[in-house]
Design a protein around this ligand. Structure first.
Ligand code: KG4
Ligand code: ZN
Length: 341
């Protein structure tokens, strides 16, 4: 058995987890900083980095104790070193290096987006590859062809906002709290998803790329009117607010599902996987599950605890790096961008 500690500090979650053999999660501790960033409507990098420093020790202790393990029993330490806020990444990377040195355990560098892509495999009896992966988070919206843990190819990506970013920005326009995804989903309950016909930007027939900026602008015009002719936010009734949220969510989901099916048609694979923070959205999970079932495709969404940023997905992918002997040295650096794009 191989036991790996996974450390994740790329954005505003301080997270650590212990995972056996890349699939059995023994602990998964996530300290969200959402309350610290709430009043700014988004993540403030300097605040995030400082909060990681303050919380890291407690999160690590909790991850080890919930897993009922000790540093001596670990086989390696995996850490997110890209992509993300460099100041935040550096806290996890520096901590992982220090622990690797002191505990004399190998260090493994993990790309956060690849970890999201592989996260739907956590807990499955066998790897689901090859699969088309829809990875939707605050920073990324990508379609991947996942042939194996070390063979992931980009099929398409967003040309402007990520899907989660669109949820966050629309929430802000509507006076809903950060992070916007859960707030929009909650507010959409009771709303009519057909109330507004927002634009579905599918780009040209061959494209597997995404664009959400037009949708965002359409929501803005719906709230304020073109040229700020309506009463704006103050004039929105709770029902209209719910209708806007439901219609926006439906539009995002339809575009994501349509593009994913395009990717399936192009690659000919028989499996779809879904990961990233936006994969926590029940409407998206349901729509993709139903579409896959209709077309006879296997479908695996990342289990809910491994959708938003977490250490388990870092340890899980770290295990596959471990098996190939891909270790990092103490010179490991942090980078803002993914090794993909
Ligand atoms: O994966 P994640 O934790 O961080 C990044 O790697 O970016 O994703 C965070 C994003 C945020 O934009 C948040 O609004 C979105 O995931 N999100 C959701 C839901 N829960 C989180 N979006 C839609 N519906 C949700 N239930
Ligand atoms: Zn993420």
């Amino acid at each position: 058995m191989t036991t790996i500690l996974g450390i994740e500090t790329s954005c505003d979650e301080t997270a650590a987890a212990v995972v056996d053999d890349g699939t059995r999660v023994r602990s998964n501790v996530i300290a969200s900083q959402a309350n610290l960033h709430l009043r700014y409507g988004g993540v403030v990098p300097e605040i995030a980095a400082r909060a990681h420093i303050e919380r890291f020790d407690a999160v690590l202790d909790e991850a080890l104790s919930r897993a009922q393990t000790t540093p001596a029993e670990l086989d390696a330490i995996a850490v997110t070193n890209r992509p993300g806020l460099v100041g935040s990444l550096l806290i996890g990377v520096t901590a992982a290096k220090a622990l690797s040195w002191v505990w004399e355990k190998p260090l493994i560098a993990v790309d956060h987006v690849l970890a999201h892509a592989a996260s739907p495999a956590i807990g499955l009896p066998e790897a689901p590859w090859p699969a088309v992966g829809l990875i939707v988070s605050g920073g990324h919206t990508s379609l991947f062809l996942i042939r194996d843990y070390d063979a992931i190819e980009v099929l398409g990506a967003t040309l402007d906002d990520a899907a989660g970013e669109a949820f966050d920005k629309v929430a802000m326009m509507l006076g809903l709290p950060y992070p916007g995804g859960p707030a929009v989903e909650k507010t959409s309950a009771g709303g009519d998803p057909a109330a507004f016909d927002f634009p579905r930007t599918l780009l040209d027939r061959d494209s597997l790329d995404f664009s959400f900026s037009g949708l965002k602008t359409a929501v803005l015009y719906t709230i304020h009117g073109q040229g700020r002719t309506t009463g704006g936010l103050d004039s929105l009734t709770p029902q209209r607010l719910a209708d806007i949220c439901a219609s926006f969510q439906r539009t995002v989901v339809e575009v994501l599902v349509a593009k994913t099916m395009r990717a399936v048609a192009r690659t000919g694979v028989g499996c779809v996987v879904l990961g990233g923070g936006v994969a926590a959205n029940q409407g998206l999970r349901r729509a993709l599950a139903e579409t896959c079932a209709d077309r006879g495709l296997r479908f695996h969404a990342a289990p809910m605890p491994y959708c938003v940023d977490n250490g388990a997905m870092i340890a899980a992918l770290g295990y596959h790096r471990f098996r190939r002997g891909e270790f990092a040295g103490l010179e490991l650096a942090a980078y803002a961008s993914s090794i993909l794009r």
